[in-house]
Ligand binder design. Structure first.
Ligand code: ADP
Length: 421
């Protein structure tokens, strides 16, 4: 394994895993610290998704070190600490304390911090972070409920979180390429700095930084700065250059979509699938609440459906209907009833011969992977931006696409299957 990554939240982990997979690394994402018995021998990169962004600093440090130990044991040669591209943190942490602990863990005295992600409008110039051209402290991040960002100068922000001295490798050095960046690292080290904020305004900068820092035992940043690492690892070893992926190996079995999202993109996708003639069963939240409809109703329905094509089970409803249901059942209670039913259905799917599964909805996906006991995923090709096919590792063999509610084109439920071999 070349790279072991520790991400401070789940969607950030997926973001990074996709970036690495796109750049040609065989990438596995685990939800939480990987189990000791998980076979990671086929992975070039492993991304551990923690939920440590806003927990107390000492807990974040402890969890990150546990993840680092597991990754090191699994053979990781380099570590990457991934945080948000808006540098979400408070003066108490957690970016500084976790970086400190991982520097000590890797027995190294120098690393960089670069949250830049130009494709998403996050750039760093002279150490100042911009969000779509607006200084961080003037962006909507200034009012974030948990991590309000009121200072755009990341040298200052990070310095408040650590006793280590913070330096800066600015635009001029980055623009001049990997050699100049390496010299700038040496200069900053000689000046006594142990962590440097690095400027980046475009992908070429990120790739140059990746080349310059590929040998660091520890790197920190957003997923953008990981962009250059796969190419850097391949230097001198062209055998590992990936061929463009034309499909994704999936287990054989029936195909199903479970949609628990009521977001507008999902509503359009449900409509398009039904219009295309896909067999579909609607779960009615009120009937689920009264017991008139249960998971068993859906399972009985599934048994009567043709095994040849995908089928759809959805609770997806229009905003007025969701509001009416929430008015009667309560918002949380309504959500839980639907999630619980979809999870129960999911649990029974393998025994009915289903092995290919699309889940629509963030919370719904969490409930479904929990029910199926899936805690590690091999990342495959992207179906639409932000949504890859994945394959479960350990436990039941499944091809899974976990779709955030508002992601994907209207024909997502129809086209996704064509990528599976
Ligand atoms: P998204 O990614 O679109 O936010 P989520 O799955 O995260 O989707 O959230 C949708 C929530 O709405 C879930 O808790 C789900 O159980 C709930 N839900 C789904 N269908 C209905 C419905 N018909 N009425 C009320 N709540 C629903």
């Amino acid at each position: 394994m070349k790279l072991g990554c520790i991400a401070d939240d789940l969607t950030g982990a997926t973001d990074l895993a996709l970036m690495l997979a796109r750049e040609g690394l065989r990438t596995v994402q685990t939800i939480g610290v990987p189990r000791a018995d998980l076979d990671l021998s086929g992975a070039d990169a492993v991304v551990v998704a923690l939920k440590s962004r806003t927990i107390p600093a000492q807990d974040a440090v402890d969890q990150s070190l546990t993840a680092a130990e597991a990754l090191k044991k699994a053979g990781a040669r380099h570590l990457f600490f991934k945080y948000c591209s808006t540098f979400d943190s408070t003066d108490e942490g957690n970016i500084g304390p976790v970086t400190d602990a991982l520097l000590t863990f890797t027995d190294s005295a120098f690393t960089l911090a670069c949250p830049a992600f130009p494709a998403n409008g996050r750039t760093v110039y002279k150490g100042h972070l911009f969000v779509n051209g607006v200084p961080l402290h003037e962006s909507s991040m200034k009012d974030h409920p948990l991590t309000p960002m009121r200072d755009s100068n990341l040298v200052r922000v990070l310095q408040r979180q650590t006793k280590r001295s913070i330096g800066l490798v600015a635009f001029e050095d980055v623009e001049a390429g990997p050699e100049a960046i390496r010299s700038a690292f040496d200069r900053e080290k000689a000046a006594g700095h142990q962590i440097v904020i690095v400027d980046a305004l475009n992908d070429a900068h990120l790739r140059a930084i990746g080349l310059a820092a590929a040998n660091f035992p520890l790197m920190t940043g957003g997923s953008g700065v990981a962009m250059g690492l796969p190419a850097a690892y391949r230097q001198g070893d062209p055998s590992t250059v990936p061929s463009p992926s034309t499909g994704f190996d999936a287990p054989t079995g029936r195909s199903i979509i479970l949609a628990g999202s009521c977001s507008s993109a999902t509503r359009g996708q449900v409509k398009a699938a039904i219009e295309a003639g896909m067999p579909a069963l609607r779960l009615d939240a009120m009937e689920l609440a009264s017991g008139a409809m249960t998971a068993q109703t859906a399972l009985d329905w599934l048994k009567t459906q043709p095994a040849s094509g995908p089928v759809l089970i959805y609770s997806t409803a229009a905003p007025e209907e969701v509001q009416a249901v929430q008015g009667k059942l309560g918002r949380m209670n309504a959500g839980e009833i639907v999630e619980k039913t979809l999870a129960e259905i999911a649990k029974a799917l393998p025994d009915l011969g289903f092995a290919r599964l699309i889940v629509a909805g963030g919370e719904t996906s969490g409930a479904v992977v929990n029910a199926l006991d899936v805690d590690a995923l091999a990342i495959g090709p992207e179906i639409d931006p932000g949504v890859p096919w994945t394959r479960s590792l350990a436990g039941i063999d499944l091809a899974l696409a976990l779709k955030s509610g508002n992601f994907g084109t209207p024909d997502f439920f129809l086209k996704a299957w064509t990528m599976l071999r």
